[in-house]
Design a protein around this ligand. Structure first.
Ligand code: NAI
Ligand code: SOE
Length: 391
């Protein structure tokens, strides 16, 4: 299989994570990094042996030696950058959220189909071995009829009013923050594991801080926790939610609930899912991803440890080391990128083969869920996840 040449846009938290993961994917060359932070992009390029660095991502568009691009920019650039890339004929992996509105994400899906390129979105938590195992167990009916899905996504990095990042600015991040930023991962994960879409939501959003102290210098994602309270700041109003409670109805009448919060002390990235069925239940926690809990009524509960020899064939390929050797956050994207480039390398398209990675269609559907949650919060009513735009 000839190698696929990949460029990464953005050199922040995720730009660096993508380069690192891509370097561990077979048949992929990372050929360029583009970022407005050129010095940091150069530093990454030197570290990982990447030949080209650009200050402007548009320089990638006309290059025939760039086949695919990863968009790791802040949310407000996703639509413009993703659109230009597919129109230039590039395969694109976008960071989540796909765009800031469902109208934009519908347009992107349409444009990508017209261009005939392969698109993906980084709902990276699907890439964990035990998440794949959980999906297989549900699909094989090991849980029986599904009754309830519940869980939460809790963080503390925005707990204090001195914590700041571009995600707190709706013009950069979007009208929803906690739900779109991390609740979207949870919704994607439970839909992936159960194989059922969320069709209706009832949401109540809340804000712990009406104003925050914005430092006069930019603070990278999570770094505010290390540097402490800013010495020089402006007090600014906040118009996005610090958290939410979301009730959800899934296809087939399955019901669920999600609590999401970015102000829960001690919780770092506690993304926790539980699926309860008529025969058994399962739960998985992103902070302890190498254990899958299986609950039973008439027998002892189990803790399945990530160990390829104990896992199903569908999940085994996502584990790269024997049992007792934990695999973690950097390995999820690596697995999804592997699937993506295996698919592109084999010349597949969605018309010829179902993708084994999250796609822009999934990203668009998430955007519809986020929009429905915001409308529900505004109106105090259940809202259907509209099937508007491209499905
Ligand atoms: P960040 O602030 O750490 O990095 C953003 C990068 O984009 C910076 O290097 C910045 O210089 C660059 N940039 C800004 N404007 C640009 C432009 N016009 N052209 C080129 N580069 C530009 O942000 P972070 O945390 O890396 O987030 C980036 C995206 O990744 C967001 O959409 C976020 O939602 C997503 N994300 C996803 C995660 C996941 O687990 N799937 C984890 C963290 C972030
Ligand atoms: C910050 O809340 C963040 O980095 C999100 O942007 C990511 O998508 C999530 O995976 C971890 O937390």
């Amino acid at each position: 299989m000839p190698p696929v040449n990949v460029a990464v846009i953005g050199s922040g938290f995720m730009g660096a994570a993508h380069v690192d993961a891509l370097r561990r994917v077979p048949h992929v060359n990372v050929v360029a990094i583009a970022s407005v932070d050129r010095p940091r992009a150069q530093e990454l390029a030197d570290q990982f042996g990447v030949p080209h660095v650009f200050g402007d991502w548009r320089e990638l568009l006309a290059r025939d030696d760039v086949h695919a691009v990863h968009n790791c920019t802040p949310n407000n650039l996703h639509f413009e950058v993703n659109k230009a890339l597919v129109q230039a004929g590039k395969h694109v992996l976008s960071e989540k959220p796909l765009t800031m509105t469902a109208a934009e994400s519908a347009e992107l899906v349409r444009l990508a189909r017209e261009a005939g390129v392969v698109t993906a979105i980084n709902f990276n938590y699907r890439g964990y071995p035990l998440v794949q195992q959980a999906r297989g167990m549900v699909a094989r009916g090991e849980l029986g009829d599904l009754f309830v899905v519940h869980g939460h996504y809790l963080q503390d990095w925005l707990l204090y009013d001195t914590d700041y990042n571009w995600r707190l600015e709706s013009s950069v991040s979007g009208a929803s923050r906690a739900v779109a930023d991390v609740g979207s991962h949870w919704c994607d994960l439970v839909q992936f594991v159960t194989g059922r879409k969320i069709v209706r939501v009832f949401a109540h959003m809340f804000r712990a801080h009406e104003t925050r102290r914005k430092p006069r210098v930019a603070v990278e994602t999570y770094k505010g926790k290390e540097v402490g309270a800013p010495q020089e700041y402006d007090e600014v109003p906040i118009d996005t939610e610090d958290g939410a409670f979301v009730l959800a109805e899934f296809e087939g009448g399955l019901r669920g609930s999600l609590t999401v919060s970015q102000v829960s002390a001690g919780r770092k990235n506690r993304q926790w899912i539980e699926v309860d069925g008529s025969k058994a239940a399962l739960s998985w926690n992103q902070e302890e991803p190498n254990t899958l809990w299986i609950g039973r009524r008439d027998g002892p509960n189990e803790q399945l440890i990530k160990d390829p020899s104990l896992m199903d064939p569908n999940a085994r390929g996502y584990a790269h080391y024997p049992g007792g050797h934990p695999e973690g956050y950097p390995d999820g994207p690596r697995n999804l990128f592997r699937n993506l480039y295996r698919y592109i390398g084999a010349g597949h398209t969605p018309a010829t083969q179902a993708p084994d990675f999250p796609t822009w269609e999934d990203g668009h559907y998430e955007q519809l869920i986020v929009d429905a949650a915001m409308e529900s919060h505004r109106t105090g009513a259940w809202v259907d996840v509209a099937a508007g735009g491209a499905k």
